[in-house]
Design a binder for this molecule. Sequence first.
Ligand SMILES: *Cc1c(COP(=O)(O)O)cnc(C)c1O
Length: 370
Amino acid sequence: MSSPVAFLDLGTAHAAIRPELDAVWHNAVDRNGFVGGEPVVKFEEDFARYTGSRFCIGVSNGTDALELILAGLDIGPGDEVIVPTNTFIATAEAVVRAGATPVFVDVDPVTALITGDHVRAALTERTAAVMAVHLYGQMVNMTDLLAVTEPAGVAVIEDAAQAHGATWEGAPAGSLGVAAGFSFYPGKNLGAFGDGGAVTTGDERLAERIRSTANHGRSSTSKYEHDLLGRNARLDSLQAAILRIKLGELDSWNKARREVAGLYDVKLGGHVVPFAEADRAASVYHLYVIRCVGVTRDAVGEALDRNGIGWGIHYPIPCHLQAPFRSAATPVIDVAEQQAPQLLSLPMHPHLTADEIDRVCGVINELDGR
Ligand SMILES: *Cc1c(COP(=O)(O)O)cnc(C)c1O
């Protein structure tokens, strides 16, 4: 058997910048600074600029980022928050942790994303916000979404955990909603060496509130005064310094991911259908997800396994069918339920070679149809 094809390859990405990454640890030990301080401030400045946002607050992880945004907007008990059912469960967890009620909606069959129409149909008097999940690396159609939410006075919160660097009509993820939550889980397009996250927003009051809440409600002017009831949800200095170095590589890594996706798009045969990139969007392909239509997912998975090719499923069970949410009232969801058994994620990372992509496509194209 030829050599395996990795689903994700952090090793190659880190090897190229290894001396800089290693120096982070030495600097931290030299300074004995581990929480907050200059590395966090610098990263926040850089990431605010990168996302076209006025403010960035480094936080503990992407789930906390979303929960802090909801709480910062006073969204809680009695409020409904619209969530696409095809997402990582953290989007819905954050809503419940904030005390609000997730209302799951279906997704578009061609992009796998929530649309303005889905949101319009789910609006009630209690709707306070929509989680615009930029899934798989592609931004939601924000023009249509905002046209529905703005007249209704509903906040759009971007879940940009899979979309660092993605754009909608040239505007970066994190710049179009009231606020956005990012995750720096190691496998994301921009990943830390552990957990990490960030909030971006253009709203100064919200930014201050989130910054304080994530740091024990501490006053911005007095270390020993606590203005509000907070918690500990900070980004640590080591992670911030690592992220700052990796942010410098992100555009070239995202470009390479788009090239990989372009090759998959032309080389994959008719057994499988990729999700489409909208004309006005530029995806950063956190994942390359196909639907198995002319063959079963099991057949594709087994063939990939036999050939040492990594794969995954994002996500096999829509959120509204997961145990914590099964009893909740949910509108009709056809597309996500019908597509969930077909979904399969192929190897996707910036260092995948043309030869590896050929092998993956060859294995799938050689399968007999069902
Ligand atoms: C990863 C992810 C999150 C959660 O981020 P963590 O840093 O793991 O807490 C939220 N939403 C989506 C869509 C994600 O992919």
